[in-house]
Design a protein around this ligand. Structure first.
Ligand code: HEM
Ligand code: HEM
Length: 185
């Protein structure tokens, strides 16, 4: 008799569960938008692509800040039942992704707060306009936000390349841990 696949699968030693996958792919989609907007900001200001994407940068970045906190909490709570890291390098790579996913929007939001301008992402009033700027916050943002954002992009490209390389090299194929049934082929 065919067995039905449970709708909500937990994390296990061979695959990430439904919640982990939902976090991973929703955030991957949002990060793709963020980097497209950042690239348009850097290379193609005053083009229709920039006009379309840049207004999404701060609201989507704020949403990502919330999602990464929830995702990190989920990962910590289920650490013992998730697929093991392939190597120490993979562990450090994932740690670096988490550190940057937290630091980049956090510094963006600090800069926004320090600017003393009001901020209402997705229409939700998060920061009120004030009189006085906070210089150290805007300076920190100017110094680090964009640079660390590009470092994060480089790490994401490395992460995707490694996932594909493991599959091609005949090493453990990690893709089924995050996509599909969880059975390596
Ligand atoms: C989650 C992730 C985020 C990523 C990956 C990200 C990435 C980037 C990158 C790579 C740049 C540089 C663009 C350039 O050099 O032209 C940038 C610029 C910028 N980001 Fe973000 N960002 C994020 C979140 C945020 C948030 C939450 C805010 C504010 C609420 C924000 C506000 C800005 C602003 C205002 C700039 C333009 C800075 C300037 O004109 O010098 N970002 N971001
Ligand atoms: C096409 C894009 C992507 C592919 C194919 C992909 C693939 C994968 C795979 C196969 C794993 C499991 C690796 C293992 O267990 O060794 C994984 C885990 C992970 N990925 Fe991605 N990924 C992509 C995009 C991203 C992006 C954009 C980020 C973050 C900015 C990211 C962050 C992570 C993290 C932190 C993990 C560890 C598991 C977790 O806590 O969620 N990935 N990814």
């Amino acid at each position: 008799m065919p067995t039905s696949t449970p709708w909500l699968r937990p994390d296990s030693a061979t695959r990430y569960g439904s919640v982990s996958r939902l976090f991973h792919w929703t955030m991957a989609f949002c990060f793709a938008l963020m980097f497209a907007a950042a690239l348009a900001h850097f290379f193609a200001k005053d083009t229709p692509v920039y006009e379309l994407l840049w207004p999404l940068h701060r609201p989507t970045g704020t949403l990502l800040m919330l999602l990464v906190v929830l995702r990190a909490a989920w990962a910590l709570l289920h650490a013992s039942q998730r697929p093991p890291h392939l190597s120490q390098a993979a562990r450090l790579g994932h740690l670096a992704l988490y550190a940057l996913m937290l630091a980049v929007p956090c510094i963006g939001l600090l800069r926004q707060y320090g600017s003393a301008r009001g901020f209402a992402p997705w229409g939700i009033p998060l920061m009120e306009a004030r009189g006085e700027k906070i210089e150290w916050m805007t300076d920190l943002g100017r110094l680090l936000h964009g640079k660390l954002g590009w470092v994060l992009l480089a790490c994401v490209l490395g992460h995707v390349a490694m996932a594909l390389w493991h599959r091609r090299s005949g090493d453990t194929n990690v893709l089924p841990r995050m996509i599909g049934s969880g059975e390596a082929n």
